[in-house]
Write a protein that binds this ligand. Structure first.
Ligand SMILES: Nc1nc2c(ncn2[C@@H]2O[C@H](COP(=O)(O)OP(=O)(O)OP(=O)(O)O)[C@@H](O)[C@H]2O)c(=O)[nH]1
Ligand SMILES: [Mg+2]
Length: 241
């Protein structure tokens, strides 16, 4: 038996921690902070509470996903009617990690692609979104949501491509997974990933109804803000329901 070989450090072939971790995040506190009608009226990013924004076409489930992440029923306003969110809505969150608390600022963005509103309002929302995405200094992570039930729309892919030069990290989430048969989820994720040019494994399959994907998404968020090591992360845990 070769002792040296036994004690030699083994090559680490595991995927990066940020991708394999599932975090059962304990939300100690979550409150509405403010609604802002423009980037100029948003205060600068608070370095103590890294900012994470949620983007996607209208009605894809951004506000519902935030409620599911935060384990709150109605903290964030949701609606069956597209075009509910029309301001930059910030929420302040305190997570209880293994050793300490971590604050985050989550931003619920208005959806794109909603035709049934006045041209003026449509243009105003477009300008606000573009300014936020193009100029928000210090944004840690953009979570981009797509409806897992359908292939992404042309606009979805255009927006994704246009944001490829974004300085901040991006995570792709496939929403409403409770509406996709279990046997077809991977196939739908594959179609989405292919259209965006990413790996299928990088798609976080999510449902606000069943909370599938919640702990995986927390893992990706904490990985992006560099706090995963402090979290109560269990690399071997199965994806949470
Ligand atoms: N079945 C199912 N329905 C969902 C899910 N997430 C959201 N919905 C429904 O989809 C509709 C839109 O949800 P919202 O969370 O308001 O969507 P949004 O992306 O914030 O919409 P805008 O603010 O208009 O851009 C609501 O009727 C939700 O109940 C989900 O995971 N599963
Ligand atoms: Mg909304």
């Amino acid at each position: 038996m070769n002792d040296a070989a036994d004690t030699a450090p083994k090559a680490d072939v595991r995927p990066p921690r940020a991708k394999r971790a599932f975090v059962d995040a304990a939300v100690a506190d979550a409150v509405f902070l403010r609604s802002s009608p423009s980037l100029e009226l948003l205060p600068p990013v608070d370095v103590e509470a890294p900012e994470v924004a949620f983007l996607g076409k209208s009605n894809v489930g951004k506000s519902s996903l935030l409620n599911a992440l935060l384990m709150r029923k109605n903290l964030v306003k949701t609606s069956k009617t597209p075009g509910q969110t029309r301001l930059l809505n910030q929420f302040r969150v305190e997570l209880q990690l293994r050793r300490r608390r971590q604050a985050l600022t989550l931003v619920d963005l208005p959806g794109y692609g909603f035709a049934k509103m006045s041209k003026v309002e449509h243009a105003r929302l477009g300008v606000m979104l573009e300014a936020y995405l193009g100029q928000r200094q210090g944004l840690s992570l953009l979570v981009h949501l797509f409806d897992l039930r359908h292939a992404p729309t042309t606009q979805d892919v255009t927006v994704w491509d246009e944001l490829s030069s974004l300085a901040s990290e991006r995570v792709v989430v496939g929403t409403k997974s409770d509406r996709v048969p279990a046997s077809k989820k991977q196939m739908h994720a594959k179609v989405l990933a292919k259209a965006l040019g990413i790996a299928t494994d990088d798609v976080v399959i999510f449902s606000s109804e069943s909370r599938e994907g919640r702990s995986r998404l927390w893992g990706r968020i904490l990985g992006a803000v560099g706090k995963l090591e402090d979290a109560d992360a269990d690399a071997d845990a199965p994806p949470s329901p």
